[in-house]
Design a protein around this ligand. Structure first.
Ligand SMILES: *[C@@H]1O[C@H](CO)[C@@H](O)[C@H](O)[C@H]1NC(C)=O
Ligand SMILES: *[C@@H]1O[C@H](CO)[C@@H](O)[C@H](O)[C@H]1NC(C)=O
Ligand SMILES: *[C@@H]1O[C@H](CO)[C@@H](O)[C@H](O)[C@H]1NC(C)=O
Ligand SMILES: *[C@@H]1O[C@H](CO)[C@@H](O)[C@H](O)[C@H]1NC(C)=O
Length: 374
């Protein structure tokens, strides 16, 4: 066969010859191209790849957008509603008594008992809440204090100006908020603003405890370390969705600097908490015009993205207690292994009273602010 070559070096052929030579079977323009029954392997692979690219192109940005969802913590107009300070500090609180759900070796005393043994004491500048640092108590539980605000809150900005935090082997101190009505916990949630165990030298913990449906595996803006994302009380033995602050946010290091300020903002958009050491307290806090939008990144951020704050949290009292041993502080892997504390927790608490000299809160003030449309 003699073949003529065209200008580009392609031999001139009939259309049929050309198609046969190059295996082109103009299916793309024929109706059967759209009929998958007639597709070969290659076309199927191509179609699937194309579909995959389209789906990925839609789904990935949607996923990214979902992961980037974040509430608007717009500026609010806060005004002061309650101040807890001065000699009348304890008049605004009730004293909890008896034992506790977390199995602490505590003997929470009454108001009269606390005053009699000087476990609570208020001056014009500070309120002291302590554990009894004398007498061997055996396993009866060491006298200590739990106070609950008479006032209840839903939403607000809470500023805790703290001069000294309790610490030491066997202690489990906390400043927290919850609804204490019988059998209601955890339906109305629990907000732990300051919590630590034993020497407390690993930093304060900031935690929420809820019923089902409050998740923190979402975009957050915080400097603290997330320890757990599920706030549901029955996960991880009621660990809650905990965030840990820097080591200086609790314990001896904090007390050496004469304390600091913990702030908690509770609003529809989310719950945020900040720790400020003494030399970093924002001037707007000092001047009584707190402005969280100026404070920079929170220590712990609990956005409402996958947690409807308003259905999970309401009607809280401010609660301050110093528990001893119990499910967290006294558990041997925590008490002995993690913190290197002596004896068994219960034996130590019962027989070494002088170890509780430093187990006291010194509270300069607690101020509560509220804002419209929060
Ligand atoms: C202990 O607390 C309960 C419940 O608040 C109260 O009814 C009781 O009177 C208290 N006990 C004492 C001795 O104050
Ligand atoms: C006291 O504080 C600890 C630490 O937050 C808490 O787990 C415990 O249940 C509290 N005790 C009572 C009686 O509220
Ligand atoms: C009670 O405690 C306060 C504060 O620690 C102290 O200043 C005061 O002297 C104590 N009072 C008595 C009677 O021990
Ligand atoms: C969690 O809360 C439920 C009530 O909603 C209660 O029955 C359960 O004992 C709690 N679990 C823990 C570990 O706290």
């Amino acid at each position: 066969m003699s073949v003529d070559f065209g200008p580009a070096g392609i031999p001139f052929m009939t259309e049929k010859e050309y198609n046969e030579t190059f295996e082109i079977h103009k299916k793309s323009s024929s109706p059967s191209a759209w009929n998958p029954r007639s597709w070969g392997r290659k076309r199927w692979a191509g179609a699937l790849l194309g579909a995959g690219i389209i789906v990925t192109a839609i789904v990935v940005p949607l996923k990214v957008a979902r992961m980037n969802r974040y509430p608007s913590y717009s500026k609010l107009e806060y005004s002061l509603v309650d101040t807890y300070s001065g000699e009348s500090f304890f008049d605004s609180f009730e004293y909890g008594n008896g034992t506790e759900a977390t199995h602490g070796l505590t003997n929470y005393v009454t108001k009269e008992g606390a005053e009699w043994s000087n476990l609570t004491y208020a001056t014009s500048s500070q309120a002291i809440i302590r554990v009894l640092p004398k007498d061997s108590t055996g396993t009866a539980g060491r006298p200590t204090v739990k106070i609950l605000s008479r006032q209840r809150y839903t939403h607000g900005l809470f500023i805790f100006d703290i001069g000294h935090v309790p610490h030491g082997c066997g202690t489990w101190p906390a400043i927290w908020m919850s609804d204490t009505d019988p059998d209601i916990w955890p339906k109305h949630g629990e907000i732990d603003i300051i919590e630590a165990v034993n020497q407390g030298n690993k930093g304060a913990q900031f935690t929420l405890h809820t019923t089902d449906g409050c998740e923190m595996g979402v975009k957050r803006k915080q400097t603290g370390k997330t320890l757990s994302n599920n706030c549901l009380n029955s996960t991880n033995y009621n660990m809650g969705c905990a965030v840990r602050g820097a080591p200086g946010s609790y314990g001896e290091r904090l007390n050496d600097k004469k304390g600091g300020v913990y702030a908690m903002e509770w609003r529809t958009a989310g719950i945020r908490m900040w720790f400020f050491s003494k030399n970093e307290i924002p001037p707007d806090i000092e001047s009584g015009k707190p402005e969280p939008s100026e404070w920079g990144t929170a220590t712990a951020d609990f956005p409402s993205t996958k947690c409807d704050i308003n259905s999970h949290f309401k009607n809280h009292r401010v609660i301050i207690n110093i528990s001893l041993c119990g499910d967290w502080a006294g558990a041997p892997p925590v008490y002995r292994e993690e913190y290197g504390c002596p004896m068994e927790c219960a034996e130590y608490v019962g027989s070494v009273p002088e170890a509780f000299e430093d187990a006291y809160w010194a509270i300069n003030s607690i101020r509560v602010y509220t804002a419209p449309n929060s």
